[in-house]
Design a protein around this ligand. Structure first.
Ligand SMILES: N[C@@H](CCC(=O)N[C@@H](CS)C(=O)NCC(=O)O)C(=O)O
Length: 237
């Protein structure tokens, strides 16, 4: 059997999103690092597989797919028993609603903050723009009020079971902390949800960056579930 190949950068949000979902689905994969600094993403060979010159993309036995959320949906669709994409129409609609919320209400300001506080210093060697940081923070702070309300009545964003919609948030949410922004910890229900997500073996496994993952790694990682912090507030129960 050919092993799935994930092309990306170890600390990029979108490659991390896919690695997390692969781990959740217990799919082993080979990670192939793309050298963005050297401009590998602009070569004809790369552009033939990802016409926008961005990572990540996957090669699943010759099937090439890019766009991290589309890749996660493809993987979950191949493993329907995981429940990461609910199939019952109402549950599926609530999942799609939550997945849209991530794209529309979380990612723009969260990834803007990650760009300023993590990518600029680490990748470009430049400093964050304080005005841009403040503007993104103000938007995200307001958006998280909506999350706080939702997560005050249910465990996850699409109801009481974990779906891809929750996992889609993980990489940017984690990178916010790397950039010194603790906004995910400021509201009790958001913090409870976020702490639960980052304690999952699929998140813990890639704290040091995305890496090739074998079936035995995944089995071993199951023992690495961290207990959630003791001070978390659980209002939804
Ligand atoms: N919407 C894309 C975003 C991909 C993306 O922003 N990739 C970044 C790294 S995480 C990248 O390739 N940046 C290099 C560039 O745009 O030149 C996805 O979800 O896959």
């Amino acid at each position: 059997m050919t092993i799935l190949k994930l092309y990306g950068t170890p600390h990029g949000a979108s490659p991390l999103r896919i690695a997390t979902v692969l781990h959740e689905l217990h799919i082993p994969f080979e990670f192939i690092e793309v050298d963005l600094k050297a401009g590998e993403q602009h070569t004809p060979a790369f552009l033939a597989r990802q016409p926008f010159g961005q990572v990540p993309f996957i090669d699943d036995g010759g099937f090439i797919l890019y766009e991290s959320r589309a890749i996660c949906r493809y993987l979950a669709a191949k493993h329907p028993a995981s429940g990461l994409i609910p199939r019952e129409p109402t549950a599926n609609a609530l999942f799609e609603q939550a997945a849209s919320v991530e794209v529309a209400n979380f990612d723009p300001s969260a990834s803007g903050l990650v760009l300023q506080t993590v990518v600029k210093p680490a990748f470009y060697g430049t400093q964050p723009d304080p005005a841009a940081v403040q503007a993104h923070l103000a938007v995200l702070e307001k958006k998280l009020e909506g999350y706080e309300a939702i997560l005050g009545t249910q465990r996850y964003l699409a109801g009481d079971t974990l779906t891809l919609a929750d996992l889609f948030h993980l990489p940017c949410a984690r990178l916010l902390a790397v950039g010194g922004i603790d906004i995910m910890m400021q509201k009790p229900n958001v913090a409870r949800w976020y702490n639960e997500l980052i304690a999952r073996p699929s998140s813990v496994a890639y704290e040091g960056g995305v890496k090739t993952t074998t079936t035995s790694n995944i089995t071993k990682d199951k023992g690495h579930v961290r207990p959630p912090p003791a001070n978390q507030v659980i209002r939804w129960l």
